[in-house]
Design a binder for this molecule. Structure first.
Ligand SMILES: [Zn+2]
Ligand SMILES: [Zn+2]
Length: 258
């Protein structure tokens, strides 16, 4: 059984938990660590977990909202870190107790969780996203990508749960307060997904097995939860009650894939 939760999601920090099996003997992976050690400790406590119990930290890319706390947390609790070589080279704080390199075209396992990485178009050195599996069900995670490629769609086909970026509403971004350069970066092919792109991805995806869909990395300035929910519902042809949004302050509570 795969269980998952979020410590927080958005441009001010990201961290997701994926665990397997029984609560106390689990493999427990933290995907990204975009919060300070203190913040991670208190957010983990809210989810009834401790940093001591983390099996590994896996990093998607080197932007600070994904790595700001990884070095300190890994050293304090002696946690092994997994990341691509390109991400590692671009980490400012890259001294980890154990460093494992990911080939973003090769599956690997951390104890009893299987990881299927896939490269994504984003303005980082060697970014990748993941499908996590226990062999029975699959959780797809796709944030921080600027465009939907056929390869990305193929990786996310037939997942049981999907955490999907809904970063911005195009109208709000272009009429908002961001400087022009930043607007171009966010909306570029290597920036972030807007609601419409997420909707289109869902329309092109095989979703017969999909039981959990959560909008991630929602901009506090250039989007609203309502817009993101509307896009996900339109993409899946479902009710608003069937989709959720991860918040920056609280993430979301534990869910499980049966
Ligand atoms: Zn990010
Ligand atoms: Zn990023």
């Amino acid at each position: 059984m795969i269980r998952f939760a979020s410590l927080g999601s958005g441009s001010k920090g990201n961290a997701t938990l994926i665990e397997s099996g029984v609560k106390d003997t689990d493999t427990r992976i933290m995907l990204d660590c975009g919060f300070s050690t203190k913040e991670v400790e208190s957010r983990l406590a809210k989810l009834e977990r401790s940093a001591e119990s983390l099996t590994a930290i896996v990093i998607t890319h080197e932007h600070s909202d994904h790595i700001i706390g990884v070095g300190r947390l890994a050293r304090k609790y002696n946690i092994p870190v997994w990341l691509t070589h390109g991400t590692w080279e671009n980490c400012k704080d890259s001294v980890f107790p154990e460093t494992n390199f990911i080939n973003s075209h090769e599956d690997f396992a951390i104890d009893d969780i299987f990881l299927h990485p896939f490269p994504v178009p984003h303005d980082a050195r060697e970014p990748c996203q993941f499908v996590f599996s226990d062999g029975a069900s699959k959780l797809g995670i796709a944030t921080d990508l600027g465009s939907i490629t056929p390869h990305v769609i193929e990786q996310l086909d037939n997942v049981d749960g999907l955490l999907l970026e809904c970063n911005y509403d195009s109208h709000m971004l272009h009429n908002g307060a961001y400087p022009q350069k930043l607007k171009e970066r966010v909306s570029g092919d290597k920036g972030h997904l807007d609601n419409k792109q997420s909707l289109q991805l869902l329309q092109n995806l095989k979703v017969a097995k999909l039981k959990h869909i959560i909008g991630m990395h929602v901009s506090e300035k250039n989007n609203t939860d309502e817009y993101a929910i509307e896009a996900l519902c339109d993409g899946l042809n479902c009710e608003a009650s069937e989709v959720s949004i991860a918040s920056q302050s609280l993430g979301f509570d534990w869910r499980e894939l049966a």
